[in-house]
Design a protein around this ligand. Structure first.
Ligand SMILES: Nc1ncnc2c1ncn2[C@@H]1O[C@H](COP(=O)(O)OP(=O)(O)O)[C@@H](O)[C@H]1O
Ligand SMILES: [Mg+2]
Length: 405
């Protein structure tokens, strides 16, 4: 779905200049108008998402038009391009309720970003005003966990992150498989810096410093990669992870965490910080045995309520059925991902998540379904509840579980 834009300016040359700086696949100019009643007609007939108008000094026509749109067409958002961006211009715009005011853009890329961010933010605001929302506005931390290597955690974490970003959500993806993390391989990105440089170089992180250690994937997902070599893993402590997560989650709609298969302190921190634990399991005896053990451990850590069981490579002809899985683990199945080795592996080898490279495949459809469950789901868990428990002492010395990979 493209963002539909109408341009308003008295000057043909300005309209052309505006068209030139709007170059983006996701934005389409559906019309223009010199202003006044003609502009109102155009907006009435086309219901654009965004109206972009140029604003000269003391340009009362434009301000009146902006005010009418803001008051009567709350779903059409107004962007004003000021010829001269000074305090008076901004104040006069604010007076009529227009708060998206910038100078005439020079770079199409940053202008497209600006238009999209206005569209996203205003849409979120309008939706939260009008919809009877059960959807939490709090960001969600989704920890993808599974009790074995190779069961599809990273596949699911990366594809889900991209899918949520496609739904115009702000998504951070954090690779907490600190020793052997391979999120960067799945996404074909080469991080200059990783989480280990971040925790070593930045003592009091703020969101800008954290972002400078993230890689922006073309899908829009911000990725914090795992250390480049296993020995750097130890510089990353659970305390650092905890404070990083509480900082990062303030700025993103979804924080997806990929984890290692062990119950390390780091994994436990990711589990405790989660609003949802996507517990990946599969249809073989060995995976199920480990899953059962892990699930009981999560139960004893009082994290059970957050668990959503996701069966990967769910092949119906298998000797173990979905019903068996529910019985063995003792928890209902929340979602299933089919098996498609060819698509999964070629996506991995190309470094292009299948939700992008093979969007119509069954695999991608199942990821979309999971994304929709997350996007439309009601409040899953009271995050406070999970953070007040005094279980840390136990977690610091997880008895025999550490070895249970
Ligand atoms: N649903 C699936 N169907 C077929 N192959 C899959 C599926 N999910 C994952 N794979 C493949 O299994 C391998 C391990 O997946 P990965 O996501 O790296 O697991 P983990 O992160 O749990 O170690 C990869 O080669 C991946 O392409
Ligand atoms: Mg992995």
């Amino acid at each position: 779905m493209k963002i539909r834009v109408v341009l308003v300016s008295k000057l043909e040359s300005t309209l052309n200049a505006m068209r030139r700086v709007i170059q983006d696949d996701e934005i389409t100019v559906i019309g223009d108008s010199p202003g006044g009643v003609q502009a109102l007609d155009k907006i009435e007939n086309t219901s654009p998402d965004i109206v972009i108008m140029t604003l000269g000094a003391a340009d009362l026509d434009v301000l009146n038009l902006a005010e009418r749109i803001i008051l009567h067409k709350p779903r059409t958002f107004v962007i004003l391009l000021a010829e001269n961006l000074n305090v008076e211009t901004v104040q006069s715009a604010m007076k009529v309720g227009a708060h998206n005011v910038i100078e005439f853009p020079t770079s199409p890329k940053s202008f497209a970003e600006y238009i999209k961010s206005v569209y996203n933010n205003e849409t979120t605001r309008i939706n939260s005003l009008t919809e009877n929302q059960t959807i939490t506005w709090m960001s969600r931390v989704i920890t993808v966990f599974g009790s074995k290597g190779g069961i599809g955690k990273t596949t699911i974490a990366t594809n889900l992150a991209v899918k949520l970003a496609e739904n115009r959500k702000k998504v951070a993806l954090i690779d907490l498989d600190l020793q052997f993390g391979d999120v960067h391989t799945f996404l074909d990105i080469e991080p200059k810096d990783t989480i280990s440089e971040l925790v070593q170089e930045v003592y009091t992180p703020n969101i800008d410093s954290v972002r400078s250690y993230m890689v922006v994937h073309p899908s829009g997902v911000h990725v914090l990669c795992a250390p480049k070599s296993p020995e750097y893993a130890e510089v990353v402590s659970p305390e650092k992870i905890q404070s990083l997560l509480s900082l990062i989650r303030t700025y993103y709609d979804y924080v997806i965490i990929d984890t290692a298969s062990t119950f390390s302190d780091i994994t436990v921190t990711a589990i405790e910080s989660a609003s949802i634990i996507l517990f990946v399991t599969g249809l073989d005896v060995s995976i199920l045995k480990n899953s059962k053990l892990s699930f009981s451990l999560l139960e004893s850590l009082q994290q059970k309520d957050k668990v959503r069981i996701l069966v990967n490579r769910a092949v119906e002809t298998n000797s173990i059925t979905i019903n068996d899985v529910q019985k063995i683990i003792g928890c209902p199945i929340w979602a299933k991902i089919p098996s498609d080795y060819k698509i999964a592996v070629s996506a991995l080898n190309r470094g292009v998540p299948f939700v992008i490279g093979a969007p119509h495949s069954k695999l991608s459809q199942s990821i979309s379904e999971v994304a929709n469950l997350l996007l439309t789901g009601s409040v899953d868990y009271d995050i406070q509840k999970s953070q007040t428990k005094e279980k840390r002492g136990f977690l610091r010395n997880p008895p025999a579980f550490k070895k249970n990979a």
